[in-house]
Design a protein around this ligand. Structure first.
Ligand SMILES: Cc1ncc(COP(=O)(O)O)c(C=O)c1O
Length: 397
């Protein structure tokens, strides 16, 4: 992460194509567009790159999660099990549909603990939603078995994990539906954008309708198109898609750079027996977007985090004290502070947040530091950073 560090001639060329013909909308205006369908081309490129049958672009990753849930038929009063460590958007996306986020503990993978998921299944549960935080995954086989046993959908929030794999499949393509974000700080960016991917043809057909006011996209007269279902507007613009089109073609290079930089930093920190790394489940390979490591206790993690800041080791996060990624600081969600009334089902469904504690997750998040891996570093800069990190840890232990 992130692709914005590396804009160049390829992105410029794709954007210029769009500006040259002036069609900023993905549908229609066929005579004017000079053969440029950037959103459609990006969808095809995502399908090819991630080896998945269908990709639907949307406005952002939050919309991708809401759309994926809607396609899976999840709505009013349904429960969706998700981890208590994620970006706040995963929670928001469930709420948007009038469904209920059921937060459970994570383990040392930094995402869903399958045992915690089993305990949370009720007769209202409709989906399990692992979030592949910081580029790596939960034990997806265990979650898939559970989903099948209980007739639930497995929906992957892969917004932070493009390029990671699990048992030969790209993250996001393992479950029933997968979601990506292409916001400004993701491994590849559209500025703002997102995608839903699936191998299910019916979901794909519905995604096409649902993200464009229910339009069936049959024929070439938009005004005459039919609307089999209620839909909304989650359309991406051609300008955003054009940037993403250039970026996805560079994904494999970006992942290789991330891996190289990650490996130098990880090897440097491996000299400390007190430092351990997040567990990547067997058969998984992370996207190397972040290096995640654990210190012996919360105090040490806080000391290391502040020494990093003082010594210029930027973009390293101690999520325990961060407002947007961990349940500990989500007072507005615990208290259901919304601008509009929510249903009694949702109010009652979220009441557990007033009392539930997440000690098992505190144990991991309290000790974790998560360092963003940049693309623009030279090897010398990575090595200097590694030395600063080693010094900060040495002085804090
Ligand atoms: C795990 C996760 N889910 C969803 C999103 C939402 O993506 P967007 O910012 O594109 O709405 C993000 C964005 O950071 C994320 O990290």
């Amino acid at each position: 992460m992130p692709g914005f560090e590396s804009f160049g001639a390829l992105e410029r060329k794709e954007v210029e194509d769009v500006l040259d013909n002036g069609v900023l909308m993905r549908y229609g205006f066929d005579a004017m567009r000079n053969g440029h369908y950037k959103a459609q081309s990006l969808e095809e490129e995502i399908q090819k790159t991630l080896e998945v049958n269908h990709a639907q672009l949307v406005t952002n990753g939050t919309a991708a999660v809401s759309v994926a849930l809607a396609l899976a038929g999840i709505g009013a009063g349904d429960e969706v099990i998700m981890p208590c460590f994620t970006f706040v958007a995963s929670f928001e996306a469930i709420m948007m549909l009038g469904a209920i986020p059921v937060l459970v503990d994570i383990d040392d993978t930094l995402t869903l603990n399958p045992e915690a998921v089993t305990k949370a299944i009720t007769n209202k549960t409709k989906a399990i939603m692992p979030v592949h935080m910081c580029g790596s995954m939960a034990n997806l086989d265990a979650l898939m078995t559970m989903a099948k046993d209980h007739n639930l959908k497995l929906i992957e929030d892969a917004c932070q994990a493009i390029g990671g794999t699990y048992k030969g499949k790209y993250l996001g393509t393992y479950g029933d539906l997968g979601c990506f974000s292409f916001d400004f700080v993701k491994t590849i960016t559209c500025g703002e954008g997102g995608a839903v991917v699936t191998n299910n043809a019916q979901y794909a057909k519905n995604a096409d309708l649902f993200t464009d006011h229910g339009h069936d996209h049959i024929g070439n007269d938009r005004g005459a198109e039919l609307h089999p279902y209620l839909g909304y507007n989650f359309r991406i613009s051609e300008l955003n898609a054009a940037v993403g089109l250039a970026q996805i073609r560079r994904l494999k290079d970006f992942i290789a750079i991330q891996k190289k930089n990650y490996t130098i930093l990880r090897e440097a920190l491996s000299v400390f027996p007190e430092v351990t790394f997040r567990t990547v489940p067997e058969g998984g390979e992370e996207s190397y977007a972040f290096l995640n490591f654990f210190l012996p206790d919360l105090d040490t993690a806080r000391k290391v985090s502040s020494t990093f800041k003082e010594t210029g080791v930027d973009a390293c996060f101690h999520y325990y004290d961060n407002n947007w990624h961990y349940i500990r600081k989500w007072e507005h969600l615990k208290d259901i502070k919304t601008l509009y009334p929510v249903s009694n089902d949702v109010k009652n469904g979220l009441a557990y947040l007033q009392t539930k504690t997440f000690e098992a997750s505190d144990h991991f998040i309290g000790r974790n530091i998560s360092c963003l891996i940049k693309l623009s570093w030279t090897e010398q800069q990575v090595r200097e950073r590694a030395q600063l990190m080693v010094d900060a840890i040495k002085q804090s232990l």
